[in-house]
Design a protein around this ligand. Sequence first.
Ligand code: GRF
Length: 224
Amino acid sequence: MTVSDQTRIVVLASGGGSNFQALIDHFRSVSAAVDIVGLVASRTTAGVIERATRENISCAVMPGLTTNSNDSETRFLTETFDEWTPDLIVLAGYMRLIPPGIVKAQWGKIINIHPALLPSFGGSGMYGAYVHEAVITSGARVSGVTVHFVDEVYDRGPTIAQWPVPVQVDDTPQSLAARVLKVEHLLLPAVVEAFAEGRVTLGEGGRVEWTDEWFSNEHFTMEG
Ligand code: GRF
C-alpha cells in the first residue's frame, strides 16, 4: 500500500490514551491502512499528549474555554480539521460533546468508543468508573464495548460494532473496567481498519452498512 492510499485519521482524547496507543500499535505492525495524522487533546493535563510526543504525532490542545465555548470550540475544531484533512475522526476517551456544526460538517466521519453495550449505560455523566459502577449496580451479567457513529447527543449515534464482556459476581468497577479495556483495544482498531477499507459506512437515514458479516457477534468470544 502506498502512502496516498492510507486513510487519514485524527484522534480526539482527554485521558491516558491507551486506546490511542492501541491504534498506533495496530497500524504500525498489523495494518498500514491508516495514517494517524494528529491528536486533539481536550486539556493540557491529558496523559495522551505524552504518547503523541513520544510517537512523533502532531498534537493540538484545545484552548481554555470561554463563555461562548461552543463557538470557539467549533472554530478550533474546524481549523484543526481543515489543516489535517482527516477521512475519519476517532473519539477515544474524549470527554466533550462534539458541537452540532462539526457533527454536520463531518457527518458519517466521526466515531466513538464506549465501554458498555449501548444504548444502556451511556449518555451524559456516563464515563470512566461511573459506567462500570452502574453496570454492576444494575445486576447486568453482561457488559461490553460499543463503537458507534457520532451524532449531536452523547453516546446515541448508530452502532457500528459491539463486543460482549462478562460481568463476574465479585467484580469491582476497576476489575470490570480492566476486562472491558482489553476488548476496547481490539475492537477500536478493527473498526477503524474496516472503515479504512471501505467495508463499513454510514448510509442513508443513518443506517450502518457493512459489505461483509464481520460485525456479527459469532466470532467474538466473551473475553476477547
Ligand atoms: C475508555 O474506556 C473509552 O471507552 C472511554 O474512555 C476510556 C478511555 O481510556 N470512552 P484511554 O484514555 O483510551 O485509556
